[in-house]
Write a new protein. Structure first.
Ligand code: PEP
Length: 244
């Protein structure tokens, strides 16, 4: 398979009303740099309208979660086919906020990833250590176990992306040092069933640290939360990915 493009994925989390689509339209007005793919994962209520707003721009739309079942009596949940039907091409799975808020286990993430594949979606599987686990020197052990138990057999560069997101770096303004990110990414690369699966870094990526992070070997892009909400900030991060 040819090299996959690097990926800048924005996670809007539980932010975004119709008026915020203006940010996405502004972002879409500038084509992404060569070899860079851009994805925005808004709340489910905005997926269809986001797909409309980005139509023709090449920017893609994703969901933030899906149910493991194809359909059924699951009030309030959303299926992978529904995401696809609304215009999504990707879905974030196993984000640490879902693992914490909803007690989501790695086994559930596997089931959700299989459901995503059945609907033709790319699964973005998130893993990462807590601050206590890092302090205990257990980072590699923790991420290896999460990867092994969260990524189903059959994961390839075409159907899966892995996001390494230290839990303590998400939304905190803190990031690991470049050497620490490099160490984890090099380690994870060796654990992947297909070495072409893209490895994103996530956790407080901002315009002012994006160049440093994207210059790290084995970093194939970023999963960006807060800084993806504003076109100027996400655009600056996308530009950094293009030049590193
Ligand atoms: C995220 O939501 O996955 C994330 C990395 O958030 P932030 O960039 O705000 O730390």
């Amino acid at each position: 398979m040819p090299d996959m493009p690097r990926l800048a994925a924005g996670n809007w989390k539980m932010h975004g009303l119709a008026a915020d689509l203006a940010e996405a339209r502004e972002l879409a007005a500038t084509p992404p740099p060569q070899g860079v793919e851009v994805l925005i994962c808004p709340p489910a209520t905005l997926i269809a309208r986001m797909a409309g707003a980005l139509a023709g721009s090449g920017l893609r739309v994703g969901g933030q979660d899906c149910h493991a079942a194809a359909k059924g009596a699951h009030t309030g949940d959303i299926s992978a086919a529904m995401l696809s039907d609304a215009g999504a091409t990707h879905v974030i799975l196993g984000h640490s906020e879902r693992r914490a808020d909803h007690g989501e286990s790695s086994a559930e993430v596997v089931a959700k990833a299989r459901a995503a594949w059945a609907a033709g979606l790319v699964a973005i599987v998130c893993i990462g250590e807590t601050e206590a686990e890092r302090a205990a020197g257990a980072t590699l052990e923790v991420v290896a176990a999460q990867l092994e138990h969260s990524l189903p057999r059959g994961a390839t560069a075409a159907n899966a992306v892995v996001a390494y997101e230290p839990v303590w770096a998400i939304g905190s303004g803190r990031t690991p040092g470049a050497r620490e990110i490099a160490q984890v990414h090099a380690f994870l690369r060796g654990q992947l069933p297909d070495r072409g699966i893209r490895l994103l870094y996530g956790g407080s990526v901002k315009p002012d640290n994006a160049d440093t992070i994207f210059a790290i070997p084995e970093v194939d892009g970023a999963l960006v939360g807060g800084a993806s909400l504003k076109a100027a900030d996400f655009g600056a991060i996308i530009a950094a990915l293009g030049r590193n």
